[in-house]
Write a protein that binds this ligand. Sequence first.
Ligand SMILES: Cc1cc2nc3c(=O)[nH]c(=O)nc-3n(C[C@H](O)[C@H](O)[C@H](O)COP(=O)(O)OP(=O)(O)OC[C@H]3O[C@@H](n4cnc5c(N)ncnc54)[C@H](O)[C@@H]3O)c2cc1C
Length: 176
Amino acid sequence: MKSFEFLLVYCILFLFDLDHRIFSQRMGNTIRVAVMGEDLPELSNRVELDDQMSDSDGVSSPKINYVESENSKKLIEFGIDRAIEVLGAAGAKSIHHDPLLSAAGWHLMGTARMGTNPERSVVDRFGACHDVRNLYVIDGSIFVTAGAVNPTSTIQALALYIADNLKKSSRFLGVT
Ligand SMILES: Cc1cc2nc3c(=O)[nH]c(=O)nc-3n(C[C@H](O)[C@H](O)[C@H](O)COP(=O)(O)OP(=O)(O)OC[C@H]3O[C@@H](n4cnc5c(N)ncnc54)[C@H](O)[C@@H]3O)c2cc1C
């Protein structure tokens, strides 16, 4: 075998073996710590109707405006520092971090926020629309902030709370 061919085979075998060594080092020895933070309800982060783009029925597309705030950045940096401390204390040999995973969970909430002021909110504290009588919204859109964790338990709690109130109101209105 010529020396060049020998070198090539050697390199392939080395890389193949390296792959196996990295795999056996990491397999069953890796742990992931996720840092989740809550964005403050900043006016600049909002959903608007797009005046350029619409669907096939002519309904305007949502336009999402989001800029990561200084507060959110600091919150994530703080969380990453703590996670590095925890992993270091646990004996981690190699620690990597990614400050903002674009493929992480992004929950869709807001746009019909709950509030007492019809100028600044869409539904009242019982989920009834300020502007349209007898129209109730019961889902993640009535949240005023996103919270840092998964929302579904809170959506369910809101649904039960609003349904209880509807039952009380219907009795008051003589509806069965
Ligand atoms: C991949 C993924 C994983 C998730 N994991 C978790 C988790 O582990 N824990 C957790 O708490 N949350 C999780 N979530 C978030 C959670 O699923 C949502 O926050 C929750 O389902 C929102 O409920 P909703 O009622 O607001 O909206 P949805 O559940 O989206 O319900 C909206 C409904 O409206 C219908 N609809 C839309 N447009 C129209 C229309 N024009 N006419 C009639 N009907 C219409 C849709 O078909 C849909 O059924 C996850 C979300 C995703 C995408």
